[in-house]
Design a protein around this ligand. Structure first.
Ligand code: GLU
Length: 494
């Protein structure tokens, strides 16, 4: 096989979408698998659609997902520049070459003329593509238009009309288009900017791209690309069109169905590793009964031949499942480091936590790790651990149930006294104290429940004794005092 050189070629028209991450990921896996190169090229020739900060978002997103590229705008490389708006001279040169060889021509239509033609065709129910009326202008007319320096001078591809164009796609097999359905597309606009069609072909050739991986929406453009490769005397790359991921409604991913930006998933508490595992398998299979793959395993196994020609359905529950798996596999220090920003955003931890706070967070997360589906679950699960001893909220129903019985107050007082005397405040010893407080009159659960409500404000959570040991003696004593204080206040109805 020739050296693998694959490129991801996004346009900076908005946030990088999760479908774009899958394309970039497959490019990257293929390059890493084959010892080839992964190239990032920014396709910014349509300045009207560009959004401010669009390029930076793309760079940031790829970095956040760990998809490092070997050549690209900010890392350079032998085939730069890697931003199309900085490569205009190349496109102009090849557009002129196409005109000189008769594969393209100047057209001078004004936007109004084009619009009028389109409307007439629509009324007659005919195709609305370009009329081709300037394709066969006489030399005299052309010279006159040029002399008049007509403002709307573009270069259009002269599609050979009565032929067919066939190409092979790695995923979809042989695809044939009747050329009569192909438009004489604009290649170079009047402002000197190329269109996607020209710039894409010129760059894929100049950058020596071996395989083009891109969404299936680009299949209809591919016959035009083939015509351009032929007209320029160039060998086309291998085409690998990728089936779109679909939402559970069977339609292309939309805002409603998880098509949120790549960065949003990370901000919502999904782990990069889980997303990578999930996305790699969205329409690609190593032909094994298996779900979990490390990045190294994906690199080892990935090849474009394993891409299925059937759209995968994006299953958010499956993604959550992956995320839970990867969260459970994290070491505690890694889990704590990754969860910290979520706890900070929820104002549960300050900006510069000291090492004892960090180690406390590690102990707390150890108890919640099993339950976390995303990192963003941590604040709601663990807030009572981190809020001040007079701040954590109480479940009203639980307070009504337990804190209105004088006998409970006696039990809590016994527990408090026992805790104060313990030599070592750990799971085993706190358990012994709690059970001893119950022994005489009631079942252990009659003490366990109110103690849990007292120290956490709630009725559910991790095991009580682990919770007590993690909170530590000082917190527990203060919290029991707080609960006892609440019990001393007579109820309003009394
Ligand atoms: N700039 C195109 C896009 O934004 C790239 C298509 C291609 O990869 O050829 O999707």
């Amino acid at each position: 096989m020739t050296d693998v050189r694959v490129r991801f070629a996004p346009s900076p028209t908005g946030a990088l979408h999760i479908g774009g991450v899958r394309t970039a990921l497959w490019d990257w896996l293929f390059a890493r698998h084959s010892g080839g190169k992964f190239i990032l090229r920014i396709e910014d020739t349509d300045k009207t659609r560009e959004v401010e900060g669009g390029v930076q978002t793309i760079l940031d997103s790829l970095r956040a997902y760990g998809l490092d590229y070997d050549e690209g705008p900010d890392v350079g490389g032998p085939y730069g520049p890697y931003i199309q708006s900085e490569r205009l001279a190349f496109y102009q040169k090849y557009a002129e070459r196409l005109v000189a060889s008769g594969h393209a021509y100047y057209a001078y239509d004004t936007p109004d003329e084009l619009q009028r033609f389109r409307e007439q065709q629509q009324m007659r129910g005919l195709p609305t593509g370009y009329s081709r009326r300037h394709r066969d202008l006489s030399d005299a007319d052309r010279e006159r238009y040029d002399r008049e320096r007509r403002e709307f001078r573009v270069i259009r591809l002269a599609v050979p009309r009565d032929e067919q164009t066939t190409f092979h796609d790695v995923v979809y097999g042989e695809i044939t288009y009747e050329n009569k359905v192909l438009d004489d597309q604009v290649l170079l606009k009047s402002d000197g900017f190329p269109t996607y069609q020209l710039a894409n072909v010129v760059d894929d050739h100049l950058m020596q791209i071996s395989h083009v991986l891109r969404g299936e929406d680009w299949i209809p453009s591919t016959p035009l690309h083939i015509l351009l490769y032929r007209a320029l005397g160039w060998e086309p790359p291998a085409f690998v069109h990728l089936p779109n991921m679909l939402g559970s409604d069977g339609k292309k991913l939309s805002k409603r169905f998880m098509a949120v930006g790549a960065m949003e998933y990370l901000r919502d508490g999904y782990l990069r590793e889980a997303l990578i595992n999930f996305l790699a398998l969205q329409g690609w299979s190593a032909k094994e009964e298996r779900d979990v793959y490390s990045v190294e395993e994906l690199i080892e196994k990935f090849s474009p031949e394993g891409i299925l020609n059937k759209s995968p359905i994006f299953d958010p529950d499956k993604l959550l499942w992956y995320n839970g798996q990867y969260i459970r596999a994290l070491s505690l220090s890694d889990l704590a480091a990754r969860t910290l920003p979520f706890l900070q955003r929820a104002n549960l931890v300050g900006q510069d936590p000291d090492t004892s706070t960090l180690s406390y967070i590690g102990h707390v997360l150890k108890l919640e790790q099993e339950r976390m589906k995303t990192l963003a679950d941590a604040p709601a699960l663990a807030d009572f651990f981190l809020l001040g001893d007079d701040e954590y909220p109480f479940d009203e129903k639980a307070v009504q149930k337990w804190f209105t019985q004088p006998a409970v107050a006696d039990r809590l007082r016994r527990v408090r006294a026992g805790f104060a005397e313990l030599d070592v405040f750990d799971e085993t010893n706190t358990e012994a104290v709690v059970r001893a407080a119950a022994e005489a009159e009631v079942k252990a659960s009659e003490v366990i429940h109110p103690v849990r409500v007292a120290v956490s404000g709630r009725t559910t959570g991790p095991g009580l004794f682990e919770t007590l040991a993690t909170l530590g003696r000082e917190r527990c004593l203060r919290r029991l005092d707080r609960a006892l204080g609440m019990m001393a206040i007579p109820l309003a109805s009394e």
